[in-house]
Design a protein around this ligand. Structure first.
Ligand SMILES: CCCCCC/C=C\CCCCCCCC(=O)NCCO
Length: 587
């Protein structure tokens, strides 16, 4: 009797186990099939989007061929500095259509080499014609073609942020900044490439592909405003616009050698700028201009800080460009550093800061040493814990339902590994990287666990801001100069191996300070030789050193920082450095 019962139990157990196994296998097969069809659907969307872009590029090419402009004359237009181009358009020496054709032609050429443009804005031609038909030449940017990062919303276009799921969702209206640019006479003419989800210093995504650095195709132009930086540096645009929550305007400007300005987050309207960080207000994203020369950067800043923007976005303080600050001759006190206390910058970046220091001194300013407080803690406990406050869930959900690009694989991995597993792996990671800050960074990127912790996070960030500002005020500083990044442009796919190099930029996102990126020099053979003395113990240090081999000739920028809402002073510091260098025969 007992053995019969046991047999029955055994049989039922096997039946249930078999049924469970069949159900589980069925679910697994179902999921694999579903995944297969979903991926197929996504790739179809990619091909569809690529076809549309190719069609737009072909249309533009045909249009340009039919215009029969003289190629040399067009090239001459693209060689003009911003001030001369502006003057030529205002005086009627050049028509808006002619200038547009010049930049369209150049952008197409550059794009063939670098893949920096996602698509042309075909309405630009009608915009230029309409400007030429009106006698009044209104607006500071009258007739100047401008390029826009792909996340700037435009009527009739989508903003994918490199995510396939966002293709084909067309916006009904332009972003406020785009409207302001149009009002100032600018002609948005191309959209530029970005890395998927825009949270890295690379520039690739499955829809538009990878953008190359104009100086070395094996290296990245940086990100996330990488397409802009590459296009502007290679001559395919004169003024562009980007966004920055961790260096995305300043780092690509530095990797490629153009000018960039990250503004105070509240100074410019961000209505109509797509981002996955909307709603995260502790470390806010910013927007700002990028340009081929400093005059262009100043002109673009002046143009957007206008009444029309304040009328379109009432949340922005009506603080127009203060020329008296930009033009002032008051002697300045500037702090400088080449080592932020986490990762020492490479010799080329150090030399650039020292050049800027000498130039400022030559202009009669005082430059003193400045040590930013607690940078390692700022990076892990403040920056990473905030930007990934939700444990990276928003980023993860966006990528996981999509076709993840290589440049976000590591981010995807970090957001997927459970906190407890990461905690268990802590000791091993620390041993491998020889860097407790790196390990803390990984833990911090798991974010906050409760609303209560999130509120505390806001308080901790505020306390750091106070501490930083006190140090600044105690020294009576007007500004600070420092590297933009710990090294110069790195090979494609290498950014996550050196991500700590970004602390030089991320600091000023935590603080909400405006910061400019100013091209100063190129890496020399001596700079590379001096890498011998660069530290080689920690994971990031080893990788920075390795990535810096073969970097001769790459551009090096310097970061110029001032207190919140002092964009005019940032631009003045940049100008003083350039003037100082010119007077010393160095620029
Ligand atoms: C120790 C490793 C921690 C890895 C976690 C990495 C997560 C985030 C890194 C942030 C990198 C910031 C890139 C710049 C982003 C930017 O400015 N985007 C602009 C968006 O408008």
């Amino acid at each position: 009797m007992r053995s019969e019962v046991l047999q029955m139990i055994e049989e039922s157990f096997f039946t249930i186990a078999k049924a469970a196994a069949i159900i589980l296998a069925g679910i697994a097969v179902g999921q694999i099939i579903q995944h297969y069809f979903w991926r197929r659907h996504l790739w179809q969307k990619v091909r569809q989007r690529q076809k549309e872009c190719q069609k737009a590029f072909r249309k533009l090419d045909d249009d340009l061929n039919s215009l029969n402009f003289d190629e040399e004359a067009l090239q001459a237009i693209c060689n003009l500095p911003t001030s001369e181009l502006q003057e030529g358009l205002q005086s009627g020496k050049y028509s808006a259509l002619e200038v547009l054709a010049a930049y369209q032609t150049k952008a197409l050429q550059v794009n063939k080499r670098l893949n920096c443009v996602t698509e042309p804005i075909l309405e630009a031609k009608a915009n230029a014609k309409s400007l030429d038909e009106h006698a009044e030449k209104e607006g500071l940017l009258y007739g100047i073609p401008v390029s826009l990062k792909e996340n700037y919303q435009l009527k009739g276009y989508d903003c994918t942020m490199g995510l396939v799921n966002y293709t084909g969702k067309l916006f009904k209206d332009d972003a406020v900044l785009v409207k302001v640019l149009r009002k100032q006479g600018a002609i948005p003419f191309v959209r530029t490439n970005i890395p998927q989800i825009m949270m890295t210093y690379e520039c690739s995504n499955p829809i538009y592909g990878r953008t190359d650095n104009p100086y070395d195709a094996t290296r990245t132009p940086g990100g996330s405003t990488g397409g802009e930086a590459a296009l502007i540096t290679a001559g395919g645009s004169i003024i562009g616009f980007g966004s920055d929550i961790g260096g995305s305007i300043r780092v690509p400007s530095h990797f490629c050698g153009c000018y960039g300005l990250k503004t105070t987050p509240e100074r410019l309207s961000q209505k109509g700028i797509s981002s996955l960080s909307k709603g995260q207000f502790i470390v806010s994203g910013s927007v700002g201009p990028m340009a081929r020369d400093l005059d262009g950067l100043v002109l673009a800043t002046k143009a957007i800080l206008c009444d029309y923007m304040y009328a379109l976005d009432r949340s922005i303080p009506p603080l127009s460009f203060r020329d008296e600050i930009f033009q002032s001759k008051r002697p300045l006190k500037i702090g400088y550093y080449v080592n932020d206390g986490y990762l020492q910058s490479v010799p080329a970046c150090q030399r650039a800061v020292m050049m800027a220091k000498t130039a400022l001194e030559a202009q009669g300013h005082t430059v003193i040493s400045f040590d930013p407080p607690d940078v390692p803690r700022m990076w892990t406990e403040l920056y990473l814990k905030t930007v990934a406050g939700d444990g990276g869930r928003k980023f993860y959900e966006a990528i996981q339902k999509d076709i993840p690009d290589r440049c976000v694989w590591n981010l995807l991995f970090i957001t997927r590994v459970p906190r407890w597993l990461l905690w268990c792996m802590k000791t091993i990671i620390r041993l491998v990287t020889q860097d407790p800050v790196h390990t803390e960074g990984l833990m911090s990127s798991k974010g906050c666990r409760s609303v209560c912790e999130w509120w505390q996070q806001a308080e901790v960030v505020e306390a750091y801001k106070d501490k930083f500002m006190k140090k600044w005020d105690d020294l009576g500083l007007d500004g600070v100069i420092c590297p933009v990044f710990a090294c110069v442009a790195v090979p494609h796919g290498y950014v996550t191996e050196i991500i700590g190099a970004g602390t030089y930029s991320m600091l000023y996102n935590v603080l909400n300070y405006p910061a400019g990126s100013l091209p100063l020099t190129k890496v020399t053979s001596e700079d590379v030789q001096q890498l011998e003395n660069y530290p080689n113990r920690r994971y990031f240090e080893k990788n920075i050193k390795k990535a810096s081999e073969g970097s001769i000739g790459l551009p090096v920028n310097v970061q110029c920082v001032c207190l919140p809402f002092q964009e005019e002073l940032v631009l003045r510091v940049m100008k003083e450095i350039e003037t100082g260098l010119k007077s010393m025969g160095d620029h």
